[in-house]
Design a protein around this ligand. Structure first.
Ligand SMILES: *Cc1c(COP(=O)(O)O)cnc(C)c1O
Length: 348
């Protein structure tokens, strides 16, 4: 059967285009000459807006993508003989081609288990206490992903409990917030409550999956941790000369809570999709869909049917697990089109 091309897919939230507010903000920044390398007015305004959003005097850096944000942030927190503790399914482990280890000159990533893609206090304690001798890389950083790679959420209490353990054990606390917007809107908590008030030291705050073209932030809640981070960015090729085009779209996203409007829309579309999948026999939802992802086990013949009808999705999480992501621009009609095909293939 011929593969139809589709306007909107569920393969990833970064299949989506740029939302109008981010695009307009970029247009506004394109009016005339401006100083380069972050000395422009747009970068200053965007950084101030982030400080306002987080209700604290944080240090803000603009980089091109999430892999750079995570790996540079982690490398700034650790020495080469240290280790970084994260979940087995964490993006920093599975999807960054070893960049955190590379940029930190060999810091080892240690993998923790935990239900629904989340690490917890006991898994951290177990890993840290397992070895305390000089022959083992010294635990230095805890990294969590919010919302997680499996579409689940840490509650603000869970973030806080991990923060307390980090402080007790003298560890730094990093949050991969590639989908921070989805987590904020789903939790009903403030950005401050989900981060520094719960002990998070550094947040990588994603823009692309929320509706921007590109550009992620590294937000240091303890300014001393940001010491010389600008050099690290430059050396890694992450200092944008026309930085205003990375910065200005944030102004469009943050104004009138556009970022949360889109994230909550994406979450709602994922929840509709999950409801539809639940009513199809032999479809099994794998993790609680708490953000904009739905993981579902689908019989392989139906998976093939969906693919031949032009649907794209990832199935890299175990046997039969398929991932569907909703975006800022997913429409209810897209959800219904996918469910109609799934129902017809399932004969339900
Ligand atoms: C998408 C994503 C990133 C960033 O990936 P890039 O492709 O480098 O922008 C980081 N963490 C998580 C959990 C992601 O899903």
């Amino acid at each position: 059967m011929q593969t139809r091309s589709r306007k909107r897919q569920f393969a990833s939230d970064n299949y989506s285009g740029v939302c109008p507010e981010a695009l307009e903000a970029m247009q506004r920044a394109n009016c005339d000459h401006e100083p380069s390398y972050g000395e422009d007015q747009w970068t200053a305004l965007a950084a101030d807006s982030i400080r306002e959003l987080f209700e604290t005097d944080c240090e803000v850096f603009f980089v091109f993508n999430g892999t750079a944000a995570n790996s540079l942030a982690l490398s700034s927190l650790s020495q080469s003989y240290h280790s970084i503790l994260c979940h087995r399914s964490a993006h920093v482990e599975t999807d960054e081609c070893g960049a955190p280890e590379f940029f930190s000159n060999g810091t080892k990533v240690l993998l923790l288990d935990g239900e629904d893609g989340k690490i917890n206090v006991s898994s951290i304690h177990r890993m840290v206490k397992r070895r305390t001798d000089i022959h083992y890389p010294k635990p230095q950083v805890i990294s969590v992903t919010q919302s997680t790679e499996l579409g689940t959420l840490y509650t603000s209490e869970e973030i806080g409990e991990i923060g307390a353990v980090a402080s007790e054990l003298g560890l730094k606390y990093h949050m991969d917030g590639a989908r921070f917007a989805n987590a904020v809107t789903a939790s009903g908590k403030s950005p401050a409550e989900l981060t520094w008030k719960a002990g998070v030291d550094v947040l990588c705050f994603g823009g692309a999956k929320n509706g921007m073209a590109l550009g992620d932030l590294v937000v240091f809640f303890k300014p001393e941790l940001a010491n010389e981070f600008d050099y690290r960015c430059k050396q890694a090729g992450q200092l944008a000369s026309k930085m205003r085009f990375l910065a200005a779209p944030w102004l469009g996203m943050l104004k009138d809570q556009v970022w949360l409007k889109y994230a909550s829309h994406a979450n709602r579309m994922a929840s509709l999709l999950a409801d539809g999948f639940r009513s199809i026999p032999d479809f099994k939802i794998l993790f609680p869909p708490q953000a904009n992802a739905v993981f579902v086990e689908i019989p392989s013949a139906i998976q093939e049917g969906l693919k031949s009808r032009g649907w794209k999705f990832y199935n890299f999480i175990g046997e039969g697990g398929c991932r569907f992501m909703a975006s800022w621009d997913t429409e209810e009609s897209d959800v219904n089109a996918l469910l109609t095909d799934a129902n017809s293939l399932a004969g339900s």
